[in-house]
Design a binder for this molecule. Structure first.
Ligand code: HEC
Length: 222
């Protein structure tokens, strides 16, 4: 798989199986208190499915959120990179991997009402290889299996940005917060259009914020 910045850190942050099992064993402890923390911010926390709230192990690792595949799809990109390309893709090759960004349905609704992401918002960034010629396709690209999963969690006290990053790779059950010195935080602080999130790439979210980007003029061209 062609590596991107996101995938490199993913492999760094995978944790050994022993640590993972230990974390799972204590996982039940953290969840009630954490629900309360989010509930303080929200008038309707009871109606939020538990899988859509951040839950932690006893050692403070974030548990892999359940069922995020069914959350709201904020945006999709393919081959997105942060540096000028030094080589061209081979003719017919995909420019990179697919990235899909999801957000919990309740956080999306709250954002649409208020224009702000509530405490407890979790964005998921998932990555899949772009594959071609899967029957019956003779051109174009479809998604391979999910090989990358990262979370951007908005929660006070994690980091001065108000958010924390977590890398789960393809299958890790829990993940420690990526340390604040890693460039996830600086790039998101400097380049993301609203509250550390790359909303400039999420069409309905940028529309709600009144952000117009060059991408908006390409709508409807088929
Ligand atoms: C050089 C800039 C840059 C760096 C460094 C970076 N990101 Fe991102 N990140 C982006 C961009 C651009 C997007 C939008 C992706 C898309 O639209 O597909 C994004 C989106 C995300 C999202 C989706 C939610 C959001 O905030 O928009 C997550 C989660 C995420 N990145 C995690 C990470 C993690 C974890 C790291 C560090 C290991 C990291 N990023 C480092 C540029 C960066």
């Amino acid at each position: 798989m062609k590596k991107t910045l996101h995938t490199e850190v993913w492999s760094m942050t995978r944790i050994p199986l022993v640590a993972l099992l230990a974390a799972l064993a204590v996982s039940a402890c953290g969840s009630a208190a954490d629900r309360d923390a989010v509930a303080a911010d929200s008038t309707a926390a009871d109606s939020i499915p538990a899988g859509q709230l951040p839950r932690f192990t006893g050692t403070g690792e974030l548990l892999r959120p359940d069922g995020w595949e069914a959350w709201v799809l904020a945006g999709t990109s393919m081959g997105l990179g942060y540096t000028e390309p030094t080589t061209l893709p081979e003719p017919g090759a995909a420019p990179g991997i697919f990235l899909n960004v999801y957000i919990q349905p309740w956080a999306y609704e709250r954002f649409m009402e208020t224009g702000e992401f509530p405490q407890g918002t979790m964005f998921i960034l998932s990555g899949s290889d772009a594959v071609d010629r899967v029957d019956p396709a003779r051109r174009g690209f479809t998604m391979g299996g999910i090989s990358l999963m990262e979370v951007h969690l908005k929660q006070e006290g994690l980091h001065e940005s108000g958010w924390g990053f977590y890398g789960f790779g393809g299958d890790a059950a829990s993940a420690a917060m990526i340390p604040g010195e890693v460039n996830c935080y600086s790039c998101h602080r400097d380049e993301a259009a609203h509250d550390q999130a790359f909303v400039q790439f999420y069409p309905k979210i940028r529309e709600r914020l009144g952000l117009v980007t060059a991408a908006d003029s390409s709508g409807g061209m088929h």
